[in-house]
Design a protein around this ligand. Structure first.
Ligand code: TRP
Length: 454
């Protein structure tokens, strides 16, 4: 069973060592696990809320994409894309906006912080606050809900946003009477180190104390490390590793054994200058090969662009049917489908009193399977094989209960029904994407009818 893990990377600024250790490295490691289906994307719409400098936005998108790829992200395995390449996200944002209580957004920490600051300064409460900042949590909810994400790894400052995404999802589900959205859970990586910056405070762009990961190359990395603040103990004097940023940073890269040796050397009086050189060399062991791929990628933006386009395709294959389903649910339907209510002919299924049905059978090898047929008798789904007929029966029951909330994975020429992250049934193979999309609509209709049955 795979867990869908999704996270967004705001494309502002230039990645630093703190980003690498705290977010990039653990996310890349998670993406290699077999039980994880990772969706990582660049939140460039969110970046617009923080920056109105086009050149910076462009540069940062490129640098951050190259950084993640250089850090070992495999675009074959991970769905890696740009938020702004997925038109379904802003569309979903609007649907969610219309069910989101304004009061909920009033309580968002980031917005409240701006208001508090204004009030303190005697300004109008909303001075300098854009509607973009205000809407930030809704856009983020759409990022997550469009893909049925189970787990969302974020920093602590983002917990409230995930809670809001759950609230908004529940509200939408409630209003439209169906479990359209999976409720996402926040994932906080407890064991991941927070790196101190040059001045000993948390490494952060807002403190201007960062050590860049790739920018400026090896030379700049070394220069930055040499600027890490230390106490004034001289070579030969014992140092306290536990109060030293140098040691904390070293540990984030080194093995247990290396850290023990470094600790001992500091206690034994290693000079800070030498210690910094050792730290630099240790970081270089990890960073140098990545920097090489980073430089190669930055030099060929077309390669990055191609990777991101492929990623967007994969992502849209999930978001597009989801949003199509939602459009239908909220009443944004084609004029044609509304015609029956205007007194014209009712759909055949209803007038004939027929409904979709399951048909169970035994396979050649003795296992149990079933098909789902539409009211008109078209085969819509074929289940996987079960050794136990009861298991096949309970899957039928769950499909009925889920209705259109069932998760359908869109393949180029077919659709796969997923339950708890497992493929449990699939459609026949269709001639192409259009035939598949038409079949999807029929399957949805059938699932809807099933769910409506007693
Ligand atoms: N707001 C997140 C941050 O600043 C970035 C982000 C945007 C995000 N959309 C997301 C994170 C969706 C997780 C899921 O870190």
């Amino acid at each position: 069973m795979k867990t869908r893990v999704l996270t967004g990377i705001t494309t502002t600024g230039t990645p630093h060592l703190g980003n690498y250790v705290g977010a990039i490295r653990p996310a890349v490691a998670a993406s290699w696990r077999d039980d994880v289906d990772a969706f990582y994307f660049m939140a460039d719409y969110h970046a617009l809320i923080k920056s109105d400098d086009p050149a910076r936005i462009e540069r940062s998108r490129l640098e951050i994409a190259a950084t993640w790829l250089a850090a070992g992200l495999d675009p074959q395995k991970v769905t890696f894309y740009r938020q702004s390449d997925i038109p379904e996200i802003p569309e979903l944002t609007w649907f969610l906006t219309c069910v989101t209580a304004k009061g909920l957004l009033n309580r968002a920490h980031a917005y409240k912080a701006s208001v508090d600051k204004n009030v303190e300064a005697g300004e109008d409460a909303d001075a300098g606050v854009t509607a973009g900042l205000y809407m930030y949590p809704v856009l983020m909810a759409a990022d997550i809900l469009a893909f049925n994400a189970n787990k969302v790894p974020v920093g602590r400052d983002q917990i409230q946003h995930i809670e809001m995404a759950r609230d908004i999802a529940q509200r939408f589900n409630h209003i439209y009477g169906h479990e359209f959205f999976v409720l996402p859970e926040v994932a906080i990586e407890e064991q991941v180190a927070t790196l101190p910056g040059l001045d000993g405070r948390k490494m952060s762009k807002s403190y201007d104390n960062t050590i860049p990961l790739f920018a400026g190359g090896q030379k700049h990395l070394r220069e930055s490390i040499m600027r890490i603040v230390t106490d004034s103990r001289l070579p030969g004097e014992a140092k306290d590793p536990d109060s030293s940023s140098l040691f904390t940073i070293f540990r984030a890269f080194a093995s247990e054994a290396e850290s023990t040796a470094f600790r001992q050397a500091l206690v034994d009086g290693l000079g800070w200058g030498e210690a910094k050189q050792i730290l630099f060399e240790r970081i270089e062991v990890d960073v140098a090969p990545m920097r090489e791929s980073y430089d190669a990628l930055i030099a060929r933006p077309a390669v990055i662009e191609e990777i991101l386009h492929e990623g967007a395709k994969k992502a849209r294959a999930i978001a597009a049917p989801k949003v199509a389903q939602l459009r239908d649910a909220i009443g944004l339907r084609s004029g044609v489908s509304a015609a029956p209510q205007a007194g014209a002919a009712k759909p055949a299924a209803k007038s004939s009193g027929k409904s979709p049905r399951f048909a169970s059978f035994r396979d050649g090898d003795g296992s149990f399977r079933f098909r789902l047929f539409s009211a008109e008798g078209e085969e819509l789904l074929l289940s996987k094989s079960f050794a136990d007929p009861k298991a096949a029966g309970s899957l039928q029951k769950r499909i009925k209960e889920l209705g259109t909330a069932a998760v359908l994975q869109v393949q180029p020429q077919s659709l796969v029904l997923e339950l708890d992250g497992e493929h449990v049934a699939s459609t026949p193979t269709y001639a192409g994407e259009q035939a598949r999309d038409e079949a999807l609509a029929r399957l949805r209709g059938a699932l809807d009818q099933l769910a409506a049955q007693e």
